[in-house]
Design a protein around this ligand. Sequence first.
Ligand SMILES: [Fe+2]
Length: 161
Amino acid sequence: MPCKRYKNKRSIMTNKNPFDILRKEHDKVLKILDNLESNLNKKDINQSKNNINLLQKEFNKHSLNKEEKVLFPEIEKFMPREGGPTGMMIIEHKDLTESIDMFSNERDSNKLADIGNHIINLLREHIDKENNMLFMMAEMHLDNKQKEIIIKKFKGIDLKK
Ligand SMILES: [Fe+2]
């Protein structure tokens, strides 16, 4: 019996952690990047463009809304943006947004490979930094009330799409 109670309590706690949600979305993005990489290697431009369209939608929702508009302002209550990790993540988000736009508007297969590889490398490193540095720091500092507010706002973003 105590074991069952512990299990239930644990699952409720897991549901209240915004970082689990963001890490799952990162896994989804990493899968898209794997597909993009394999389609670029095969020089399959049509499929690569489909991968980028999907990536763009996911990136807008996850990085530009859930992270930049909801999570980062909470983190910036205890760490400044200027010179801090959220400032660095925002600079990388900007590079990725511009690179994804460039990819969407490009037709030349060599240029697509260059831009695509830049996106793949930068975004894999970026996700690693968020998972293993930023989220770990934030998890230690944010209280349960803040985490609940973040999750509520995430749900609002998901409903918009
Ligand atoms: Fe992220």
